[in-house]
Design a protein around this ligand. Structure first.
Ligand code: UN1
Length: 506
């Protein structure tokens, strides 16, 4: 099965980890991609060295010289073709995500759909990169803003969304006139190779080789990107710890960053919540992608009267979850990405018990090949005395807290350092409005009667505080990929100064 998928995606045996128009003969460290479901090797990719990175940046820079002058709607034409190519390969790309990451089939396909959606969005945007006009205080002067391409931009992505997060950045970057250097997670090189092969075909047909470039590598390549003044923007998705370093390095040279870092997302369940909606939403949020989304639901703040019923129904739902091969129909929980992730899951549960938590269901790793664990619900004491819940553990562990009031729940939601996604379940207008108000959730995403994960591409995606403050995907996120220019044109025949300043020379 894996072999056929790799062959159809034209990457069987492909070992190069760098591409700029053509694949380079990379000689860096060999990265072995393993199927987390079986532990079997899917392929080996040679990472890029810094010399490869310099070569790729060189040809990307040449491509930028002409790409930035191609009219944006024509750049959009290429993204339309790319979106169509993704549609053609949707099944295989989705299957490859399942094979390399362990996502269940529907979520793998959903990730490819997310790429297709952002391509559609970017095609429309290619005719809407609009600047404003501003009233000038001087007669017969015209003032306006325009947006220009930035240059070669770095996109560093994580294993958990090995294609879609690149696409959010790359599709927008491309219509904005930038060229892209993609460093995927070293854990998921094959998904990147497959996307690059499709991009190569589309770029060739559109005389645009060098717009999308690939650099599979480790922290050394990432650090080279962060330090490189020829790369005006680094869009980084990953842990808060690494994001801090990226911010310091790029900020040190006054470059720009888009940071999508850790989340620690909570759902508030009020006494009047409709459990028919809340239970499936929480279950998907906590178990989807095996709890390895930035947006995964990790904390529940249930009002005291509903808490026992909610917990009972969640535990009942959890018991019906089929764990296993993500490509088999009916599976809802696949493996974690690595044995280290299983160890982190176990360590978090040891800490949870030590800090006064009670495991209500799950709690064990499975005795079978692959990185499988049980989905787990922990009844937690007060959050202030339960530090394990302040951390993001990338695993299907859900901490359930009881609270008395909405104010207490909002305070607890906001008490952690991260600020990505949040939600409330209630049938009443006042709590939901309070949750969305300035005294409500402090997160970048706040939902009512919808879980914390599974955002649509049309909105800006990102979060506050330790989540990094970046926004990508929809809304006006495109502005981060362009430079703004304020222009004033004088057609008056005189040379008046602003603010009424007189400066008479001669
Ligand atoms: C991520 O986990 O890094 O909202 C991205 C979601 C997806 C994207 C998650 N659309 O869950």
């Amino acid at each position: 099965m894996a072999r056929e998928v790799l062959a159809r995606l034209d990457i069987e045996g492909l070992q190069s980890g760098a591409c700029s128009g053509d694949w380079l003969k990379t000689q860096g460290e060999a990265l072995v991609s393993k199927n987390p479901t079986t532990g079997e090797t899917l392929g080996t990719v040679r990472s890029a060295t810094l010399a490869d990175a310099e070569a790729v940046l060189g040809s990307a820079t040449v491509a930028f010289d002409s790409w930035r002058m191609r009219p944006a709607p024509l750049r959009g034409e290429m993204i339309r073709a790319f979106g169509n190519a993704l549609r053609e390969h949707k099944e295989d790309l989705g299957a490859l995500i399942s094979l390399e990451v362990g996502k269940i089939k529907s979520e793998g396909l959903g990730e490819v759909q997310e790429m297709i959606d952002i391509c559609d969005f970017a095609v429309g945007l290619s005719r809407q990169l609009c600047g404003i006009t501003i009233q000038s205080e001087r007669p017969r002067h015209r003032m306006f803003e325009q947006w220009h391409p930035l240059g070669p931009i770095a996109i560093v992505t994580a294993f958990n969304f090995p294609m879609a997060v690149w696409a959010w950045n790359a599709a927008l970057g491309a219509v904005c006139g930038d060229v892209m250097l993609w460093k995927p997670s070293p854990r998921t090189p094959l998904t990147a190779l497959a996307v690059q092969q499709i991009a190569n075909r589309v770029m060739r047909e559109h005389d645009a080789l060098g717009v999308f470039n690939l650099l599979v590598g480790d922290a050394e390549v990432g650090s080279w990107m962060s330090d490189n003044r020829k790369i005006p923007l680094v869009s980084f998705t990953g842990s808060t710890a690494v994001g801090r370093k990226v911010a310091a390095q790029v900020g040190g040279r006054l470059g720009r960053t888009i940071l999508e870092l850790g989340g620690n997302n909570a759902i508030i369940v009020m006494d009047d919540a409709d459990l028919e909606m809340a239970v499936p939403a929480i279950t998907f949020g906590a178990i989807g992608t095996a709890g390895q989304r930035c947006t995964s639901t990790r904390r529940i703040f249930a009002q005291r009267a509903i808490a026992p019923k909610l917990t009972e129904r969640l535990a009942a739902a959890y018991r019906t979850v089929t764990i296993g091969d993500p490509l088999v129909a009916g599976t809802l929980l696949g493996p974690l990405i690595s044995p280290q992730s299983v160890a982190a899951y176990e360590a978090a549960l040891v800490a949870a018990k030590h800090q006064g938590g009670t495991i209500l269901c799950g709690g064990k790793k499975l005795d079978r090949p692959g990185n499988f664990v049980e989905p787990t619900i922990v009844k937690a004491p007060a959050q202030a005395s339960f530090p394990i819940a302040w951390e993001e553990t990338f695993a299907p562990i859900l901490y359930v807290f009881e609270v008395d009031s909405l104010a207490e729940a909002i305070a607890a939601n906001n008490a952690v350092t991260q600020g990505l996604s949040s939600a409330i379940f209630t049938e009443s207008m006042r709590p939901s409005e309070q949750f969305l108000s300035p005294i409500g959730s402090d997160c970048g995403i706040a939902n009512v009667n919808i879980g914390t994960s599974g955002a649509e591409i049309g909105g800006a995606f990102g979060g506050e505080k330790d989540t990094g403050g970046g926004r990508e995907s929809g809304s006006d996120s495109w502005k981060a990929y362009m430079r703004r220019q304020t222009c004033t044109v004088n057609w008056s025949g005189h040379a008046p100064l602003a603010q009424g300043v007189q400066f008479d020379v001669g």
